[in-house]
Design a protein around this ligand. Structure first.
Ligand code: PLP
Length: 361
């Protein structure tokens, strides 16, 4: 006998992550492969975070502090936020899914950009929501269209700033105009996973006093270099936070991730160095890619979307043989777009040299 889950669960497609280095090396018999597929921090974790993490491994026979008191206090101090407005997550993916769990029921509409970060879709479909995909316009999130769709009725709208996979950026004034257009009872998630890399940084959570439907999400996975620990947080109106706290798993962040988060927030020097090096490499990559006759889109994140002017799947595959893992966006409806994370100088150089050979043929 077959046991069937709900129909909306059957429609889910599993998330496809960037290929791990070990897998490439095993399958292709390659050594010293580089991964520029998941926008990870190429400089590793902050040494301070690493030290804190190691120190606290001794006490992992204990449950973590379910309230995340110390880390929440740190975030609160650092960004001058009320503690009651902060929710920790097992990565910001966790916050995304908490929002949908709390505010969306089967049949509700959820508005997302297309292409966009897959977790919005996966989390929403898991609750049986109707997904409304709004295509990007000139590789940017079409706020006007998304606002119109929200007006027709929606539980949640997701926007990403800077955007993944295009790297486009929403200015604060444009975000405010958007918030004015969205009904007050629709939750607006502003996913700021890459905000630390933006040329002009701002905190969308400054708008919460006026727009109680805003939830800003941040992660330790990118600029802070802690992707493997799984740590993120959301900032929102305290009443909304109270709701999310009801559906949150009590121990959704671990002891090592909590203490690493605190130490990482204390390591301003590390963060500044990462952001500076990424910015330097970005300028170099733009120039070199243009020299190759390709079109890199302007990005405010730590990755670049490139119009490779030929099959991105083929370029992706050929780069794999050279030990460079990137992302093709063909399955997202962009057959000639390749996304590459900005890595160490040597990694970027290997990417450029390999790409040059790949497109020559
Ligand atoms: C990487 C990324 C995240 C971060 O996810 P975590 O669960 O915090 O690792 C969130 N949103 C977008 C758009 C991302 O690209």
């Amino acid at each position: 006998m077959k046991i069937n889950p709900p129909e909306y669960i059957c429609r889910l497609k599993p998330y496809v992550a960037g290929k791990p280095i070990e897998e490439l090396e095993r399958e292709y018999g390659i050594k010293n492969a580089v991964k520029l597929a998941s926008n990870e921090n190429p400089f590793g974790p902050s040494p301070k975070a690493l030290k804190a993490c190691e120190e606290f491994l001794k006490v992992v026979h204990r449950y973590p502090d379910s309230s995340g008191h110390d880390l929440i206090s740190k975030i609160s101090e650092k960004f001058n936020l009320k503690k009651e407005r902060i929710i920790l997550g097992n990565g910001s993916d966790d916050i995304i899914s908490l929002v949908v769990k709390a505010y969306v029921k089967a049949g509700d509409r959820v508005v997302i950009p297309d292409p966009g970060f897959l977790m919005y879709e996966i989390s929403s479909l898991s609750e049986g929501a109707d997904i409304v995909k709004v295509p990007l316009k000139n590789c940017e999130i079409d706020l006007e269209k998304m606002g119109k769709e929200a007006k027709k009725g929606a539980g949640v709208v997701f926007i990403t700033n800077p955007n993944n996979p295009t790297g486009s950026y929403i200015r604060k004034e444009a975000l405010i105009d958007f918030l004015k257009a969205v009904p007050k009872k629709t939750i607006v998630v502003v996913d700021e996973a890459y905000m630390e890399f933006a040329d002009i940084k701002y905190n969308s959570w400054d708008l919460i006093d006026e727009y109680k439907n805003v939830i800003s999400t941040r992660t330790f996975s990118k600029a802070y270099g802690l992707a493997g620990l799984r740590l993120g947080y959301g900032v929102m109106d305290e009443e909304v936070a109270g709701i999310l706290n009801r559906v949150r798993q009590p121990f959704n962040t671990s002891i090592p991730s909590q203490v690493a988060g605190i130490a990482a927030l204390d390591d301003d020097e590390f963060l500044a160095r990462v952001v500076e090096l990424v910015a330097q490499e970005k300028v170099r990559l733009y120039k070199e890619l243009e020299n190759l006759g390709l079109k890199p889109y302007k990005t405010d994140a730590n990755f670049i979307l490139i119009d490779v002017k030929r099959s991105a799947d083929e370029v992706y595959e050929k780069l794999l043989y050279k030990g460079v893992i990137t992302r093709s966006l063909s399955s997202y409806g962009y057959p000639e777009a390749l996304r590459v994370s900005i890595g160490l100088r040597s990694e970027n150089q290997l990417f450029l040299d390999s790409l040059k050979e790949v497109i020559k043929k």
